[in-house]
Design a protein. Structure first.
Length: 37
């Protein structure tokens, strides 16, 4: 049971890290593409 909990936490950690990278990349693209006013 404890092993399953650790595995679930690990999966959530991996997903969270991937989402952070995607969001950061998206923000960088928006900053580059948006015309500066």
């Amino acid at each position: 049971m404890k092993k399953a909990t650790n595995l679930t936490n690990n999966v959530f950690y991996e997903i969270g890290g991937a989402l952070s990278v995607v969001c950061f990349s998206f923000m960088q693209i928006v900053v580059i593409l948006c015309p500066k006013t």
